[in-house]
Design a protein around this ligand. Structure first.
Ligand SMILES: C[S@@+](CC[C@H](N)C(=O)[O-])C[C@H]1O[C@@H](n2cnc3c(N)ncnc32)[C@H](O)[C@@H]1O
Length: 235
């Protein structure tokens, strides 16, 4: 049985510190610092004017803060399941400088948000909590509806391989080695066991196809390293 939304919330409520370091990023994900830089710089170059941003599953705000170090004219909406995460994100953004911030607390599937109003949506290390096919397609459609014309979605996430053999090699073996190299065998087992309990990642190509199916005009891959990928979809 996979974790319920409440169980996921409780785990993140107790884990704020791990998501509060802009210089290390989330180390259990591969190339987290590079992906923060790519997404923040990509948004900055794509949108020279003022933007309205939604950060879904913002955690302690790393991605939004990284963007604010490059681009000042951003109206920020944050959304997270965990109140302690949201509170930390708001506090860090406020201490970074004067920015309009609005925080939404709850499950992104059900929170009511203003339609067709965002220029940019960031969703990092969160969409892998979507479960069955309908959950993925309904919520990719929801994200599409939230974006204004010309808006875009920026994602960094754990992804699966299509073939079991490659999943074994790329995830179990090579990503496992990366985790053990960070903090030993026990750390690898700890991360693997919470992924097993909590996450239902989908293959990268499947997600890109689905984004096009729900209406996005074009998609682009920013980066892939082992079982982590970043990508963008334009409305
Ligand atoms: C792995 S953290 C990533 C945080 C941040 N995006 C980052 O990359 O640093 C995942 C975040 O998503 C939030 N989250 C998980 N499921 C969610 C859901 N269904 N709706 C909204 N937030 C969710 C968690 O509370 C947590 O703060």
């Amino acid at each position: 049985m996979k974790s319920t939304v409440k169980e996921i919330q409780e785990r993140f409520d107790a884990d704020v510190e791990r998501f509060s370091n802009l210089y290390l990023g989330q180390q259990s994900t591969i190339d987290s610092v590079l992906n923060m830089e790519l997404i923040a710089e990509g948004i900055t170059r794509t949108y020279p004017k003022k933007i309205k941003l939604l950060d879904i599953g913002c955690g302690a705000g790393n991605y939004t803060i990284k963007l604010l170090t490059k681009k000042k004219d951003v109206a920020v909406d944050l959304l997270d399941l965990s109140e302690p995460m949201l509170a930390r994100a708001v506090q860090r953004i406020n201490s970074h400088g004067p920015t309009a911030v609005k925080a939404y607390h709850g499950d992104f599937r059900t929170v009511n948000l203003p339609g067709e109003s965002y220029d940019v949506i960031i969703a990092t290390s969160v969409l892998h909590h979507l479960r069955e096919d309908a959950d993925w397609s309904e919520n990719f459609s929801k994200i599409f509806r939230l974006l204004a014309d010309g808006g875009s979605l920026w994602v960094f996430d754990l992804v699966k391989q299509n073939s079991d053999e490659l999943q074994d090699l790329i995830y179990s073996e090579l990503y496992g080695q990366y985790l053990a190299g960070l903090d030993g065998e026990q750390y690898r087992e700890k991360v693997f066991s919470y992924i097993e309990k909590e996450d239902t990642p989908r293959p990268l190509i499947e997600q890109l196809d689905l984004l096009r199916r729900v209406g996005f005009k074009s998609v682009d891959i920013l980066h892939k390293n082992l079982s982590f990928a970043s990508f963008v979809a334009y409305k």
